[in-house]
Design a protein around this ligand. Structure first.
Ligand code: SF4
Ligand code: SF4
Length: 282
């Protein structure tokens, strides 16, 4: 995942890490992290971006990588016990003939995410706030009025327009009682009734249009602030790539055009309603 294509200089060492190896790893990470701090203190904006980037990196790896990594002996590995024992039953962990370990009956992702939790919301709020903060700051530097208009637009799009035309067709929305409880929205009142059928073309058109307006609205101000423009583009890319790679393949909103759950898994889920979150909670 991190060093694809890099030549192997050292031989494989299966088994636990020695205390010496752990110390070297920690020292290496800290020195890489702290090395530029002296220069970063001269520019608070860059320092903030640096700390947030590392935060995003660690949060994402911890959430999506450590939970399904087969380096079980690594101290931060979070793979659940069932996955470890199931994997070990299949033989030597260094004799891997497939690209990804799969639990029987599953496709690319091991399971579907049938319910979101507050920690899912925390992660996605963090990613979203980085994105919105860069845009809001760029607008706010030049015009307070337009920044207020932007905040209003964000709330209008995500909590009214999207909720009405897109979320009402989503199972996570339907499963929430009085307040929405999903990875993107937590505790916002449900204004609209659920619609247990896929969104139509009109729903998708309105939602897409709203998204495009939200994304392009701050561009004229961002173009005057190249650093914030870069932060905005990078955070949008991280948002889209992470959701596409890790969420769309286990999402039960099958009516969403981005859903990547295979027909086979979907059929089984819809027929039996017995999938549960695998790999424990993340
Ligand atoms: S997960 Fe469902 S309810 Fe939540 S924001 Fe996405 S579409 Fe809306
Ligand atoms: S399929 Fe992907 S984009 Fe669509 S609702 Fe699910 S996670 Fe979001």
């Amino acid at each position: 995942m991190m060093f694809s294509g890099v030549p192997k200089i050292f031989k494989d060492r299966p088994g636990f890490h020695t205390p010496f190896e752990k110390i070297i790893i920690v020292l290496g990470v800290f020195s890489v992290f702290l090395f530029p701090v002296y220069w970063l203190f001269r520019d608070p904006l860059l320092l903030g971006a640096y700390v947030i980037s590392w935060g995003l990196f660690f949060f994402t790896v911890w959430r999506y990588g450590c939970i399904r990594c087969i380096n079980f002996e690594f101290p931060v590995n979070r793979a659940p016990a069932e996955m470890r024992s199931d994997f070990k039953k299949k033989g030597d962990p260094f004799d891997i003939s497939r690209n990804e370990f799969r639990v029987s009956g599953s496709n690319r992702c091991a399971v579907l995410k049938v319910k979101h939790e507050f920690k899912d919301f925390i992660y996605w709020s963090f990613v979203t706030l980085v994105l919105l903060f860069s845009a809001g700051l760029a607008i706010g530097i030049h015009s307070t009025e337009w920044m207020i208009a932007y905040i209003f637009l964000i709330f209008f799009h995500f909590y009214i327009l999207e909720q009405r035309f897109f979320c009402t067709h989503c199972p996570y929305y339907a499963m929430s009682e009085n307040k929405v409880r999903c990875m993107m929205n937590w505790s916002w009142p449900k204004y609209f009734r659920s619609r247990s059928y896929p969104p139509g073309k009109f729903d998708l058109a309105v939602t897409t249009l709203g998204f495009l307006v939200v994304i392009f609205f701050p561009l004229s101000w961002l173009l005057k602030e190249p650093f914030l423009l870069g932060a905005y583009l990078v955070s949008i890319s991280i948002f889209l790539l992470t959701i596409w790679r890790y969420e769309c393949c286990r999402c039960i909103y099958f009516g969403c055009p981005f859903n990547k759950v295979s027909a086979e898994v979907r059929k089984e889920f819809e027929g039996q309603k017995r999938f549960e979150c695998e790999f424990g909670e993340d």
